[in-house]
Design a protein around this ligand. Structure first.
Ligand code: GDP
Length: 309
């Protein structure tokens, strides 16, 4: 009997202390967030989807009267963004590479192969070099494959980075088959007990069917352990269409966003994760070899809302 009374009293107090958000409130809060997300370069389809999910969730929701309503809605939006990120697989890249390397040392299973994908100018070659440094810092030996056999200067550019890092480059001449270069590097690593192969690829415009077929061929021939899409955080919606195209042809496993040092908001990260359901592993944060930072979701969410917080 007392229980009944208690629950009756508590629901009464709920009515008094809780309120629902009006449609106008929701419209106004969502409008503000929409503007913030647009300013942060989040793709429009992502904003629409987040907004409509949030609207459905907030309609009729009871919130404490004492609560700052705008803050409450913002926290809900953050939760929706967190959920987007949590749907992606966690990839402990260094750990996986180390485990394959130790198997390779014992049973000659072959190197850990990383394939980098992305269009010209996004920072792919620089990221390959940063990765070579990262692997070596983790006591993994590296060979890089110059599989961009199209762009003038691409082979020399990679070789120069590799020389600076004291890493072996496998290259052939311009015009040769990128899949053959990649395979060469894999065989070299196998023969020399090298732990990791990092493949730099070509990146002529993303809509080029030839480019995508070339990437698919490399994938078929070397069967990389991980395929990483490299996107430029300054490219906004372009980075999203590039990611979609590469995903269609190569089904990449993860992404890296470069030039995050120049990008204050970085909505591209949210868009790529939302659209491709692939995790962002690292952010490129400068032009030096050590300018590679593991992606941290909470830091990212904080920076996304910095202005509105
Ligand atoms: P690729 O054509 O995709 O191989 O691009 P590159 O590796 O040649 O890089 C293009 C330019 O972007 C170069 O000037 C790099 O130094 C620069 N770059 C690459 N990554 C970053 C980064 O994380 N931050 C900044 N600020 N610049 C970067």
């Amino acid at each position: 009997m007392f229980d009944k009374l208690k629950s009756a009293l508590s629901s009464l107090s709920k009515i008094a202390t809780h309120t629902t958000l009006s449609k106008e409130d929701i419209d106004s809060f969502l409008w503000d967030f929409e503007v913030a997300l647009i300013e942060a370069d989040v793709a429009s389809e992502v904003i629409e989807s987040l907004n409509s999910n949030l609207r459905a969730k907030l309609s009729g929701m009871k919130i404490p009267r004492s609560e700052d309503r705008e803050k409450f809605v913002r926290e809900e939006l953050k939760a929706a963004i967190r959920e987007t990120f949590s749907k992606t697989k966690t990839i402990e890249l260094i750990q996986i590479a180390k485990s394959k390397a130790s198997k390779n040392r014992k049973e000659e299973k072959g190197p850990f192969v990383i394939l980098f994908l992305g269009i010209n100018g996004v920072g792919k070659t620089t990221t390959v070099a940063k990765f070579a440094r990262l692997m070596e810092k983790n006591k993994l030996s590296v060979v890089v494959a110059a599989a961009d056999t199209h762009r003038a200067g691409a082979i020399e550019q990679l070789t120069e980075h590799a020389n600076r890092l004291k890493v072996k480059t496998i290259a052939q001449s311009y015009g040769s088959d990128p899949a053959a270069v990649s395979k060469d590097a894999q065989l070299y690593a196998q023969a020399h007990g090298t732990d990791v192969v990092i493949i730099d690829t070509a990146g002529r415009i993303q809509t080029s069917k030839n480019l995508m077929e070339e990437m698919s061929k490399i994938v078929r021939v070397v069967q990389p352990d991980i395929k990483i899409f490299v996107g430029d955080s300054l490219a906004g919606n372009d980075a999203i269409s590039q990611a979609k195209e590469f995903q269609k042809y190569t089904d990449f496993d993860a992404a890296i966003l470069t030039k995050a040092d120049a990008d204050v908001k970085g909505g591209g990260a949210l868009s790529i994760v939302f659209i491709t359901q692939r995790p962002i592993l690292y952010l490129g944060v400068g032009q030096e070899y050590d300018d590679l930072m593991p992606f941290n979701m909470e830091d990212f969410i904080t920076s996304l809302f910095e202005k509105s917080d």
